[in-house]
Structure formats: C-alpha cells, structure tokens
Design a protein around this ligand. Structure first.
Ligand code: COI
Length: 359
C-alpha cells in the first residue's frame, strides 16, 4: 500500500540551533505529523502541518488516566548526504506491542514507517551533523476522548515531532565518559504483569521520585532492581543495562518488566557476532559487588536510542561506591559505540541490513 500525506508548510521557519549545544529535546523542527483514529474508521487523514500547540479538551482521557504510548528513534545524515534510519521495523513492532497492552488500536507497520519517513524528509535540513548529534524522532499516541470512565477510548491522535539533539547525558558531550549511577533499593520501576515492557509515559513518571533521589546523591540516573527482592538489576534510567564480568557480558532477560530496546538487541547481536559470550540472565547487585571486589568486573554500560552506548563509571549502592573500569570508558563500550553510531551515521558499513535509507 502506498501512502501520500498532504503537507502544509510553515510560513515562519525557525532559525537552526547551535549544534554544539543542542541538549536533548529543546529544539523542535518546523513541522509535525498528525493523524486521527476513530472507531469504525481506523487511522485516517494523516498529514504534515506546521509544528505548534495542539488543542485538547481538559477532560481528555489521556490527561487523567494516561492512556498513551510513545516511541523513540533517530535520523542521521551520512557523509554523502543520505538520510539513515536505524531498524525502524523494530519500533513499528514495539509500537503495536505497547498498543496492545494499553488497549490502543493497532497501526499498520508500513503506515507508521511511511509517516516517520515523510516527516523526516520535510524537515531534513534540521538533521545535525556534528559528532554525537542526531535528529530525534518522537512518535506518540494520546487518547483524546472526553470521558471520565476508566475504559479504553474510541478516539486517538497519533503525532510525530522531531528535534535536533546532542548526547542524552551531558557528561558524554565531548565523547564517552563513565556516568555515576544510583542503585535504587526502595522504589521500583516495573513488575511482571505491569507495563514495564511497554513504552508508556507512566513508567517514566513513576520513576521520577527515584531519579530525584539519584540526583541528590550526586548521580545521573537510577539502576533499577527487581520489584520482588530488590536484588536483580533490571534497567538503568531510560535505558537497558549491560555488565561484563570476566569474559561474560550480562543483561537482564526480557521477562515482562524490561523494555525491549532496539539498541539492546543490536548490542547483543553485534557482541555475539564478534565472539563475545552474552547472557540474558538475572544478575544480582551482590554478584556485581563480589566481582568488583575480586577484580573480575570489567565494564558496564547503558544502551538506548537516546543515550546510544553510555558507559557506567560508578555505582552507588547503600552508601558504598563500586568503581567500574577506573570510572572511565572500557574498550567494549567504546567499540560498540564506534560500531553502532558509526553504522547509524554511515561512516561504518552496515553489514547487518539495519539501515533504512530515505530516497
Ligand atoms: C529513547 O531512548 O528513545 C527513550 O525513549 C528515552 C527517553 C525517555 C529519553
């Protein structure tokens, strides 16, 4: 099926931001995509319009019961001026897994990908090119039905907005650096049966209390432990977490409470291709502490669309500090970053078929 979305261009294009100080989510582009869903009609009338405020009834379901979802992707400009997307099919599939959990209607995967491509094309001159930058793509769905009944809505908006971004962690602006991470032993992010595997705002809202605690403790982010025993590592902040102990690289298994990250999957695939032993298994914070003591804890890093590969230099756990790779960047994190960000930006050949180029 081919999709054709009408475009209304802005009469007032904004000045482009300084690429050396983009931050994350500060500089939005000139246009956005918007499409409606109505029961009986399905998703309809997708169009690209000038970026701007949307109007919502104050009683809209999303504002009260948070029936919504979002995705995160990036677009990159290659040295020969082609536009790269990274594994957009994975985002399309995850969008529908989240929709299913949130009782939001299914969206045709091709429709989703074509909408992303069309929006990026219209604002292609916003894709930054400085090292470590990208055009972040934020597709999301909100239920705007006017009702206080706690039940799935019958009307939704699908919106795509774009912003020019730098490194998610400021600390990584001039290249990779080890972050300080707070191991949260009181609050939890998600339990199996909840929405931990889905990309929904509520997961992040519920995490902010712990993030505040992490910041008060001089850390950037939280390392979440499991909901039942507060013992096994799950995710780090907005990302998946990897630990290298001896020659084994360990990440939490996708058991329902973990977000199935696109960068997580790409990291596992790439490491296995390079011959590393990767285990998707439970890893306790006590095992990490013991490995730190006996000298086998080699490296740790976070993976995510926003943070790409972000090394972890210190863990603060119950007033004890666990220093990883001297607080700096280990060779495996650096190699992964060079490979994955290199493929995304077109400076390293894509031998995995992960890059989708916009014509
Ligand atoms: C992403 O990595 O795309 C995310 O969704 C993280 C975001 C909460 C900043």
């Amino acid at each position: 099926m081919s999709y054709n979305f009408p475009v209304t261009r802005t009469a007032n294009p904004k000045p482009k931001p300084d690429q050396s100080n983009l931050g994350f989510g500060k500089y939005f582009t000139d246009h956005m995509f918007i499409m409606d869903y109505d029961e009986g009609q399905g998703w309809h009338d997708g169009k690209i319009v000038p970026y701007g405020p949307i109007s919502l009834d104050p009683a809209s379901c999303v504002l009260h019961y948070a029936q919504m979802m979002f995705e995160g992707m990036k677009a990159y400009l290659t040295p020969d001026k082609k536009i790269n997307l990274f594994r957009p099919d994975m985002n399309a599939k995850r969008l529908n897994r989240t929709n299913e959990r949130m009782c939001i209607p299914y969206m045709d995967e091709e429709l989703f990908i074509e909408a992303v491509k069309a929006t990026v094309k219209v604002d292609a001159d916003w894709i930054p090119t400085e090292p470590g930058t990208a055009l972040y793509i934020r597709p999301y769905i909100i239920s705007d039905e006017v009702s206080f009944s706690v039940e799935p809505a019958k009307h939704y908006h699908f919106i795509i907005i774009l912003c020019a971004v730098g490194a998610y962690y400021d600390i990584n602006r001039g290249g990779l650096t080890g972050s300080h991470i707070y191991v949260e032993d009181e609050y939890i992010r998600a339990a199996v049966g909840g929405t931990g595997f889905a990309k929904v705002g509520g997961n992040y809202a519920g995490g902010m209390r712990a993030t505040k605690k992490a910041l008060e403790n001089g850390c950037k982010e939280v390392l979440w432990l499991d909901a039942h025993e507060h013992k096994y590592v799950e995710e780090v902040g907005t990302s998946n977490a990897f630990f290298m102990i001896g020659d084994e690289i360990i990440t939490a298994p996708l058991g329902g409470s973990i977000l199935p990250g696109v960068t997580r999957d790409s990291t596992i695939t790439m490491l296995r291709k390079w011959g590393y032993k990767v285990s998707e298994r439970r890893l306790s914070i006590q095992e990490i502490e013991a490995a730190s003591k006996d000298g086998t804890l080699q490296e740790a890093w976070a993976t995510g669309t926003a943070c790409v590969i972000s090394p972890i230099g210190y863990l603060r756990y119950m007033d004890r500090d666990i220093v990883i790779h001297g607080g700096g960047v280990g060779p495996v994190s650096q190699k992964l970053y060079d490979q994955i960000y290199g493929m995304q930006t077109g400076v390293v050949a894509d031998d995995m078929g992960w890059i989708v180029q916009l014509g």
